[in-house]
Design a protein around this ligand. Structure first.
Ligand code: MG
Ligand code: ZN
Length: 365
């Protein structure tokens, strides 16, 4: 009798312990539908770029704790090798387009982005980058233009009410314009608080924030930017998560690509680590929130990076890039956690995300 009771008590204990863990596990592994989606894009981040960061890091990467992973096929409408305009547009709008285009199909007709649809459905929205916010990747989620280099036109599209929070570089495209206008005046009329430093960003109490933290692009992580993207991500989550309808946030680690173009392995690893720092902010939020899908992927691989040797004890790596230092057509990784995360394991086209996001968030187009 006593033994029987002990067994029951023990069983109950095991039950409640496993029930406790399974809540956490469900938050990580998904199954249900998400209320919020946080999408990270490491520009140019291939598998070797991720492993370069893992090899030199003093801590385990957050990426290593994601329960699901897969691969993304990145070709564009007119090239086996995509640029960030066509890659960003495919992810944001679910449409393959020509290299160099932003939020348009190959016939130069504007296509609707997930950000615009989320806003229309009442969700809060945001985009963050370490490049100018008008650069190809963030612009693909907000703007429409047949030329990715038309920064001043792309900046104007940030006045269209698509995003509540945008933070990155690019102040000059809003304030030192050929047409002489200062777009921040219009932003303020629309209720945005416009901030120019990380400190004032952190202090902002506004539900609409335009953060222009550099005149052009932000500095590299090695030049002292390390950790800023994490702070930007934390702030954006704090602001956007106040919306009872949920939120969509895109966060770009813009400069992994530039490190690879420059064939600078240390820069690639440090920019990837910096992105992982920001992923950590989303990871922590998603674990505690339980209704947030977090996806980390890339728009394409840059540099044809191969890791040719290294020493994991000394955290040193050797690597080689292709001589042109340009983009390649290789598949890139996808990491996912949270409700719906399982749908991103396997091999998927870059247009897959848009349609899955619509279904998972139950959005009307
Ligand atoms: Mg980019
Ligand atoms: Zn590039």
């Amino acid at each position: 009798m006593k033994i029987k009771r002990l067994i029951i008590v023990l069983t109950l204990m095991v039950f409640s312990v496993s029930a406790f863990f399974s809540t956490d596990l469900n938050a990580a592994k998904g199954g249900k539908r998400p209320k919020n989606i946080i999408l990270f894009i490491g520009d140019g981040m291939g598998v070797a770029h991720v492993y370069s960061a893992m090899s030199v890091s003093e801590r385990q990467l957050y990426l290593e704790m994601f329960p699901y992973s897969g691969f993304q096929i990145t070709f564009s409408a007119n090239n086996y090798v995509t640029d960030s305009g066509a890659g960003g547009t495919a992810i944001a709008c679910g449409v393959k387009t020509k290299n160099g285009m932003i939020g348009m199909n190959p016939d130069s007709v504007a296509v609707t982005s997930i950000t615009e649809i989320c806003k229309k459905n009442g969700l809060a929205t945001g985009v963050l980058s370490t490049s100018a916010i008008t650069h190809a990747t963030p612009a693909s989620f907000v703007a429409h233009n047949s030329g990715r280099g038309n920064y001043e036109d792309l900046a104007k599209d940030f006045l269209n009410g698509t995003v509540d929070v945008f933070i990155g570089g690019g102040e000059n495209h809003f304030r030192k314009r050929a047409d002489g206008s200062d777009l921040t005046l219009e932003l303020k009329k629309q209720g945005f608080e416009v901030v120019y430093t990380l400190d004032s960003l952190k202090l902002s109490k506004s539900s609409k924030i335009a953060g222009l933290l550099a005149e052009e692009h932000m500095p590299t992580a090695l030049e002292g930017r390390r950790g800023m993207l994490r702070e930007m991500t934390k702030k954006a989550i704090e602001v956007l998560s106040r919306d009872k309808d949920g939120f969509f946030l895109m966060v770009e680690g813009s400069q992994i690509d530039w490190g690879a173009h420059a064939r600078n392995l240390l820069e690639v690893a440090s920019e990837t680590l910096d992105l992982d720092d920001a992923v950590g902010a989303a990871y922590d939020f998603a674990m505690q929130n339980g209704q947030t899908l977090v996806i980390v992927t890339a728009d394409h691989e840059t540099g044809g990076l191969s890791l040719t040797g290294g020493d994991l004890q000394k955290r040193s790596i050797n690597g080689e890039f292709i001589s042109t230092g340009s983009h390649t057509g290789e598949m890139v990784p996808i990491f996912s956690l949270g409700p719906g995360a399982e749908r991103f394991s396997g091999i998927h086209d870059n247009t897959y995300f848009f349609n899955e996001f619509l279904k998972l968030l139950n959005l009307r187009k």
